[in-house]
Design a protein around this ligand. Structure first.
Ligand code: GRF
Length: 210
């Protein structure tokens, strides 16, 4: 499956996805788009020989469609992308655009809910857990059908940064799992089973005496 990843910043989710897609994987990232010429993830993509394109005006559907159609993209992944996808692009790729959000949607989502604002709101709410959500993208921020979620505890004394780091680790596991499930199914589908345990945890449980 030919995947395009859209970023606005450092691209840690892009890196997690690239690290999860080895040469034999059923999905390959063929294009990285950004609304920001200084997005750190663009350099990461270039280092790995992946085509990149900066969207001078991320509201302009023409540039999006030229890039996506030109690369025969089958799945669009918004990973740390902070803009709305233009409606004509959502229409053309409906059902084939996914986004990762650092909270358990439908709570703590929507316009303006990104970065530490999300985690600050979660902490202010007194919620005992947070997590990551991957959902289908439609014309509004964070509204499309949810495909998968990964929950993390809110710990006593958590700061927005500490919670963000814990949620980001869950994002880095959840997004690749959803992309691989989409590649197997031919389109984005809900994850059928919960995420596998952390590799280290699996090793410990595997070697624990019966
Ligand atoms: C992540 O929390 C992602 O969920 C949000 O932007 C943050 C940074 O993403 N949309 P990345 O490190 O640029 O992938």
């Amino acid at each position: 499956m030919r995947v395009a990843v859209c970023i606005s910043g450092r691209g840690s989710n892009l890196k997690a996805l690239l690290d999860a897609l080895d040469a034999g994987a059923p999905a390959q990232v063929v294009l990285v788009l950004s609304d920001r010429p200084d997005a750190g993830g663009l350099a990461l993509a270039a280092e790995r020989g992946i085509a990149t394109r900066v969207l001078a005006d991320s509201a302009d559907p023409t540039a999006w469609l030229a890039a996506l159609d030109g690369a025969s993209v089958q799945l669009v992944v918004l990973a740390g992308f902070l803009r709305l996808v233009p409606a004509p692009v959502v229409e053309r790729y409906r059902g084939r655009i996914i986004n990762v959000h650092p909270a358990l949607l439908p709570a703590f989502g929507g316009a303006g809910m990104y970065g530490s604002r999300v985690h600050r709101a979660v902490l202010a709410s007194g919620a005992r857990e947070s997590g990551a959500t991957v959902h289908l993208v439609d014309e509004a921020y964070d509204r499309g059908p949810i495909l998968a979620q990964a929950r993390v505890p809110v710990e006593p004394g958590d700061t927005p940064d500490r919670l963000a780091a814990r949620v980001l680790e869950a994002e880095h596991r959840l997004l690749p799992a959803v992309v691989l499930a989409a590649a197997e199914a031919g389109r984005p589908v809900p994850l059928s089973s919960p995420l596998p345990l952390e590799p280290t945890l699996v090793k410990e449980s595997a070697c624990r005496a019966p």
